[in-house]
Design a protein around this ligand. Structure first.
Ligand SMILES: Nc1nc2c(ncn2[C@@H]2O[C@H](COP(=O)(O)OP(=O)(O)OP(=O)(O)O)[C@@H](O)[C@H]2O)c(=O)[nH]1
Ligand SMILES: [Mg+2]
Length: 379
């Protein structure tokens, strides 16, 4: 191995690279070093995938989870499952080899199935963590929408922590969409501020903005529909006429600093009659930073549900891992339901094969290509 310590100027770097290439060196492929570590048995495929997640992670929590997977936390769990299934299979096969088909099994089949049931539960729980794993990997889009002047940009600036969007008391201030990345309890969020939706605008620029707002809503994971006391009924009317098809809305009633108690009661009654859950309504004041924590918690719950993800939870971080776990779950479930020992053995064997594929002990070359193609060069 040769290491060059040179000045970081890109022109100098490029000239050194060109020279080395002209002498027969080549640029590493994306993920080539991780791929080599995998092919040489230093890490398994689940660990290799976490290198890509680590590179792309944008919050402390995402980094922590990728590092845990890289150091083998998830793989250890998979090996535990593998051990249990292998032991079960060995007992079933010994029975098949040494005893007559009509004999009763000489091992405790119900006890083995009970242990299998526990593994199934763990796998199911693990699969459900992909909801959060996917967000850690790709981020979630949260869109601020609603009528003009309701305080979308004020809320956007508050979350972002700087005056990125223009705020005025003139309706129609925001004309375009503005994005910023924020960290919501460890989840990487792409927060989008949009132009206020106004059904009767004659201004072509504003109308372009409104069309973009609607498009953003259709691509979002959660929409914060921002309203205030003055536009409350109009805003709800427009909301209903839009017939938006996504489910994840939170009605954010802003400017409660101005509102008397009776208005709050009216709002609650209104949503009760519409049968909206309390988790979909948050009354806040951006100006006085009132109740923002409540809103943040509700966004978090909309994104990952009420499943408790503890600090220690293993997180499934790629689509491939999720798919493989699902296949393992299905085969083990068949084994659990089956009474015939030969068929139990068959399904356990399939599950073990799938575990080998999950860990990369067995793989097809195209799987490796798809795992390593989103790495950057030098990793
Ligand atoms: N009293 C009070 N005023 C607020 C609050 N939040 C925002 N405002 C004011 O409401 C006005 C509109 O705020 P913006 O954030 O520009 O509203 P917007 O929804 O982005 O408006 P458009 O860009 O026009 O769609 C500004 O004068 C803000 O200062 C609040 O919590 N209380
Ligand atoms: Mg605005």
């Amino acid at each position: 191995m040769v290491e060059f310590q040179v000045h970081g100027n890109t022109i100098i770097l490029n000239r050194i690279l060109s020279l080395l290439i002209s002498k027969g060196a080549r640029i590493a492929e994306p993920g080539e070093f991780t791929k080599r570590a995998f092919l040489n048995g230093k890490i398994d495929l689940v660990q290799a995938e976490s290198v890509a997640n680590l590179i792309h992670s944008t919050t402390n929590f995402a980094t922590k989870k990728s590092l845990e997977n890289l150091s083998g936390g998830f793989s250890k769990k998979i090996f535990e499952w593998k051990k249990i299934i292998t032991k079960f299979l060995a007992e079933v096969e010994a029975n098949l080899d040494f005893y007559d088909k009509d004999d009763l099994p000489i091992f405790d089949l119900p006890e083995n199935k009970k242990i299998l049931e526990e593994v199934l539960e763990e796998i199911e729980k693990t699969i459900s963590t992909y909801k959060i794993g996917k967000i850690l990997e790709q981020g979630a889009k949260v869109v601020l929408a609603g009528l003009p002047n309701s305080g979308k940009s004020s809320l956007f600036n508050f979350f972002v922590g700087k005056e990125k969007a223009i705020v005025t008391n003139i309706p129609g201030t925001t004309r375009d969409t503005i994005e910023s990345k924020i960290d919501l309890f460890g989840l990487p969020i792409i927060l989008v501020d949009t132009a206020g939706i106004n059904e009767n605008s004659s201004d072509p620029i504003e109308n372009f903005g409104i069309a973009k707002s609607k498009e953003e809503i259709s691509f979002s994971d959660v929409v914060l529909w921002v309203l205030d006391q003055e536009n409350f009924l109009d805003s709800m009317k427009i909301f209903e006429t839009l017939k938006l098809s996504i489910k994840n809305f939170i009605f954010v009633i802003n400017k409660i600093d101005n509102e008397d108690f009776s208005f709050k009661k009216d709002v609650e009654k209104f949503f009760e009659e519409k049968k909206f859950s309390k988790n979909s309504i948050s009354l806040i004041s951006v100006k006085f930073q009132k109740n923002i924590e409540d809103l943040k918690r509700k966004i978090y719950e909309k994104l990952i549900g009420e499943d408790k993800i503890s600090e220690e939870s293993i997180i499934v971080s790629t689509e491939r891992q999720k798919e493989k776990l699902f296949e393992i779950f299905s085969s083990l479930n068949l084994a659990k339901k089956e009474k015939n020992l030969e068929l139990i053995a068959e399904n356990l064997k399939i599950a073990l094969d799938e575990i080998s594929e999950l860990l990369g002990e067995k793989f097809k070359p195209d799987i490796l290509d798809s795992v390593f193609h989103n790495f950057c060069i030098g990793k």
